[in-house]
Design a protein around this ligand. Structure first.
Ligand code: NCD
Length: 336
């Protein structure tokens, strides 16, 4: 094959990649992961079972060779502990390696390089890019510039699809099902990308969703409308007590300090909800308590040992297995 023909082949595959971000239909190979809207329930079932298999690989404690010779560029424009380190661990457990770029202060982004150029540079060295960025929509912009799969690890107040997938796996493991559950989300519904993604993901199931927040941190109307159009039963509250007794899963979130222009407004809402062992006495005995972490006081530490149903550290563990699944999937190493 001549060089020109080869180049045309490359251009074609890039074109098809740019249009491949929408529906996964159980096949992640070569795809960008930008939003939970790409996942139907069949694909979610696959993610659930593949992540169980990944747990077995990780528990054996050795490096598998599924992704040997593959490289991940882990590009983080915002702070992260769990997402960044679990993608690194996921890649390494599967035998791959990682270029870590944290908070971009030591990279050329600090010299003013734009996102597209950064991504087009990294794809020369890496087979997959994970991106966290403060602007909503940035993952899509980056994915359009990239010819390798790009995974959204949080785009501002937009989405955090990989978190929602690990949240879904956790709900299913802890409660044994998703259909029929009442899930109550508590805290910052306005700025929390984890609740935006999780509410959207759960809208594919027969669930009841309650959103509990102060008035100024309500779930965006756009998401409420999207869920209504899918026929989801949902309600908004300011007082957790109104819905706690009917709740199966309580998903607690941090008020997103970094999204407030006025620190005084943040101060006025930051400590409004604190879940303690006393709070939980009004809840079901089987209530699962989740949090994407980090927590800054919304769940008292005494809850950790008060109930076996405090699932937030198991939730983080599931994050490793789900991210192993996603990396193996987009790199074409899962059965289709
Ligand atoms: C979340 C995030 O970054 O949106 N963290 C995470 O990835 N586990 C939640 C948060 O920061 O509050």
């Amino acid at each position: 094959m001549g060089l020109q023909e080869y180049q045309q082949g490359l251009d074609r595959s890039k074109d098809s990649l740019n249009h491949s971000a929408e529906h996964l239909n159980g096949n992640l190979k070569g795809k960008d992961i930008l939003s939970v809207r790409q996942f139907d329930t069949t694909t979610l079932d696959c993610i659930y079972s593949w992540s169980q298999e990944m747990a077995e690989i990780a528990e054996k404690g050795y490096r598998a060779d599924v992704l040997s010779r593959k490289i991940l560029a882990n590009l983080f424009y915002e702070p992260s502990t769990r997402t960044s380190s679990s993608f690194t661990a996921a890649m390494e457990r599967l035998g791959g390696s990682v270029i870590p770029i944290n908070e971009v202060v030591y990279s050329s982004v600090a010299k003013g390089e734009d996102l597209e150029d950064t991504v087009r540079t990294l794809e020369q060295y890496a087979d997959v890019i994970v991106l966290r960025h403060p602007e909503m929509g940035s993952a899509k912009v980056a994915a359009e510039a990239a010819s390798v799969p790009l995974i959204n690890a949080g785009d501002g107040v937009g989405e955090h699809p990989t978190q929602a997938l690990l949240d879904y796996v956790t709900v299913r493991k802890e409660q044994g099902r998703v259909d029929g559950l009442t899930v109550t989300m508590l805290g910052d519904m306005k700025n929390g990308r984890t609740v935006h993604s999780l509410a959207r993901l759960l809208s594919s199931y027969d669930v009841k969703l309650n959103f509990v927040s102060p008035e100024i941190l309500r779930m965006p109307a756009e998401i409420i409308d999207e869920l209504s159009a899918k026929g989801v039963s949902q309600s908004e509250h300011e007082d957790l007590a109104e819905v706690l007794s009917e709740t199966d899963v309580l998903y607690v979130t941090r008020v997103q300090k970094e999204r407030f222009d006025d620190p005084a407004v943040y101060e006025s809402v930051k400590g409004l909800y604190v879940v303690t062992p006393e709070t939980l006495q009004a809840g079901k005995e089987t209530l699962t308590i989740m949090h994407p972490l980090p927590r800054v006081g919304e769940i008292a530490k005494s809850v950790d040992s008060y109930t076996r149903n405090a699932a937030y550290f198991r939730q983080m563990e599931n994050g490793l297995y789900v991210r192993m699944t996603l990396l193996a999937g987009v790199l074409g190493k899962l059965p289709t």
